[in-house]
Write a protein that binds this ligand. Structure first.
Ligand code: GUN
Length: 293
């Protein structure tokens, strides 16, 4: 293949923020500033980095973002109590509990405590049910960002075979459902591969579109995909090297070999990552519009 089309999430995110400006201005004219409450439990370094970049983006856009940080040994009851307060706090239109939570906490119960109207992650079972049946709802940020990248570059899934690798509730499963829905951004035939799949590469080598969302550095290589494949790389992994920093960021796709086969590919960094944050802002603006209508 010749050079693949580089699907720049960074570029697409810029257009998302531009498109949000008039919506944010309309809200502010009514005295409403979209606000997000972020709950961070424990000291997982990756989670801290993600939360910091989310709140920095909100600040850059002059939106409200407040991070509530708790030690890993916070009790379930205390955490549920805090979410209950945030559900009723009119400053916040969105509530995000950064995942994963420490294993001592019941993640499902925490998610269920968030008001579905403020569930800008789209993780609450009410919103998951709506998504699954194709009804309008908050769509989880990373899958929503992936679909937005594809539509920005006029890449349609209609009739294509999409192979998603990784079945997380945050990315893989919702994306596989969205891609299969009967609507213009869906209509794909989907395969969801995971850690118990026999011969994952037998599936990826048949795919028109491969979404790598398993969290293993450079797992998908050129030899595992067809010529002309569209590759979406959700991974952000630190790979040790001899540089000054001691590591570099890499995706779940081995970019150099995969780029030789792909028609289009998302880079890491600058691909899916910036879109996750852009969709979080979009969902928060949407929540503010609905809650103050
Ligand atoms: N952890 C990794 N990705 C996400 C996300 O999109 N939302 C939340 N809440 N936690 C995450």
């Amino acid at each position: 293949m010749s050079q693949p089309l580089i699907l720049s999430g960074k570029e697409v995110a810029r257009t998302v923020y531009q498109d949000l400006q008039p919506r944010i201005a309309r809200l502010k004219a009514k005295g409403v500033t979209p606000g997000l409450a972020v709950i961070l439990v424990g000291d997982d370094p990756a989670s801290r980095v993600y939360v910091r970049s989310k709140s920095r983006r909100f600040e850059n856009l002059d939106l409200i973002s407040e991070t509530f940080t708790y030690p890993a040994d916070i009790s379930q009851a205390q955490l549920l109590d805090q979410i209950g307060h945030l559900n009723h706090d009119p400053r916040f239109h969105g509530i995000l509990v950064q995942m994963p939570l420490p294993s001592s906490l019941d993640e499902a119960a925490v998610i269920e405590a968030i008001s579905p109207e403020k569930d800008v992650d789209g993780f609450h079972p009410y919103n998951v049910g709506r998504l699954t049946s194709g009804q309008p709802t908050f769509i989880p940020c990373t899958p929503k960002g992936i679909l937005r990248i594809l539509s920005h570059y006029h890449l349609r899934l209609d009739g294509k075979h999409v192979v998603v690798v990784g079945r997380s509730n945050i990315v893989g499963r919702p994306l596989s459902i969205l891609a299969s829905l009967k609507n213009p951004s869906g209509n794909a035939t989907t395969t969801l591969c995971h850690s118990r799949t026999r011969d994952i590469f037998a599936h990826t080598s048949q795919a028109d579109v491969v979404v790598a969302a398993l969290g293993q550095a450079e797992f998908i290589r050129g030899e595992h995909v067809r010529d002309g494949v569209i590759l979406i790389d959700v991974g952000i992994n630190r790979l040790a090297d001899s540089s000054e920093k001691g590591y570099h960021l890499t995706g779940d796709v081995h970019f150099p070999s995969a780029a030789e086969k792909a028609a289009a590919i998302t880079p890491v960094p600058g691909g899916v990552g910036p879109m996750t944050i852009a969709m979080l802002v979009e969902n928060t603006v949407e929540a503010a519009e609905k809650l103050t209508a």
